[in-house]
Design a protein. Structure first.
Length: 390
């Protein structure tokens, strides 16, 4: 059984072909700078060197078509059992499901809550329907990992009738990433109570107990919780209404600020919102970049403290994703002055170029680790189960 996992981004596209029998990656490809005449296309088959070239990649169709044509160089599309997607949000739908018209309509219903994610996934799904019309398209929704969050953790303080009428509650996202981290922390360190810190352009923290989420920082939409590269994160709703009134902003204009002009970019002024760029400016004494960095680290620290309380202790705190894996300074800032609750870093390990492993000191009561996430692996595993009828 071979399963292709498609991972679309706003200006990039990645895919991996899995042999579902042993979860070997047979083929993988990355397309960057979609929409430009100097797009970058890289791919390789298992055991072979990466081939890379600069191409005119005017649109998403061209990006997906490139990868499918390369894949055909070694494998027939007849060998494909399904195409899997790490889908984000849909009204009344979660878990691993075939992407029928009803499911796509349910995604459209919640487009307002995750417009960037939903737009690119619906685009990619439509392209695959055209290119591979006979193949099942299956989505694992990000909300599924958070299905066991208790009611007291997912409720908002709004009139109960509005909760029932519109389904306004916490759902949570980054499910595939947090699930993989929970599994790996259990396998590597025997950890049952895990705090997963997925930190990068999009960030969230998750409290995991016995392999499932029991609380997470993102809410009904991916716009809440930690500040992200350009998304605001947590914000007092009346501050939002006050701002709309004072600036005479429409809901659409306010939405654009919340999604595109806030977060690390909004505070620092660093347009990329990328931690690498922010840390570079910090090193040169830029105070706004320092403030953005410190604010982000404070938010993460606060959530870690909350989740230690909710879990009644923690076995392991794990850092993953771009900044979580690659920024020793960010990890050290987040976990500073937490010795009294049993967290002590080993500075040498933290500052090493460790790709996976412990970075806590030997006497730290709570283990701290870096683990690269693998969302595609989780999606492929769930699509395999779906196809088998499990």
């Amino acid at each position: 059984m071979k399963i292709l996992i498609a991972n679309p981004g706003s200006t990039s596209y990645k895919c991996k072909l899995y042999d579902a029998d042993d979860m070997t990656i047979l083929f993988e490809a990355t397309v960057e700078r979609i929409g430009s005449d100097d797009g970058i296309y890289s791919y390789n088959f298992f055991g072979s060197e990466i081939k890379s070239e600069v191409l005119d990649i005017p649109n998403y169709y061209k990006a997906v078509e490139l990868t499918v044509e390369s894949l055909k160089g070694k494998y027939s599309v007849d060998e494909l059992s399904a195409v899997g997607f790490k889908t984000v949000h849909a009204k009344g739908v979660t878990g691993c499901v075939e992407l029928s018209e009803d499911v796509l309509n349910a995604m459209e219903e919640y487009r307002f809550l995750a417009p960037v994610h939903t737009d690119v996934y619906i685009t990619a799904i439509a392209i695959f329907k055209e290119l591979l019309p006979t193949k099942p398209l299956v989505g694992l929704f990000e909300t599924h990992f958070h299905k066991n969050i208790p009611a007291e953790a997912y409720m908002y303080g709004i009139p109960y009738e509005l909760y029932k009428k519109h389904g306004i509650r916490k759902f949570g996202f980054h499910g595939s990433s947090h699930r993989y981290i929970g599994q790996q922390a259990k396998e590597l360190f025997g950890a049952d109570k895990v705090i997963s810190c997925h930190l990068g352009g999009s960030s969230s923290v998750c409290a995991i107990k016995d392999g499932w989420s029991i609380d997470t920082s993102m809410g009904m939409s991916p716009q809440s919780g930690l500040l992200n590269a350009k998304r605001v994160g947590d914000l007092d709703p009346f501050a939002l209404l006050f701002l709309m009134e004072k600036e005479k902003l429409s809901p659409e204009e306010m939405g654009n600020i919340l999604m595109s002009n806030g977060g690390l970019y909004g505070i620092s002024g660093v347009k990329s919102g990328d931690f690498r760029d922010i840390e570079e400016k910090m090193a040169k004494g830029d105070q706004r970049s320092q403030l953005a960095f410190d604010t982000f680290a404070y938010y993460v620290k606060r959530y870690i403290g909350e989740y230690i309380a909710i879990l009644n202790g923690a076995d392991c705190i794990v850092f993953t994703a771009g900044a979580g894996q690659k920024s020793p300074l960010l990890r050290k800032t987040i976990l500073s002055n937490m010795e009294n609750i049993g967290i002590t870093l080993d500075d040498k390990k933290n500052n090493s170029k460790l790709s996976e492993g412990l970075i806590s000191s030997s006497d730290s009561k709570i283990k701290v680790a870096v683990i690269p996430t693998n969302e595609e692996y989780i999606v492929a595993s769930e699509v395999k189960k779906y196809l088998a009828g499990l």
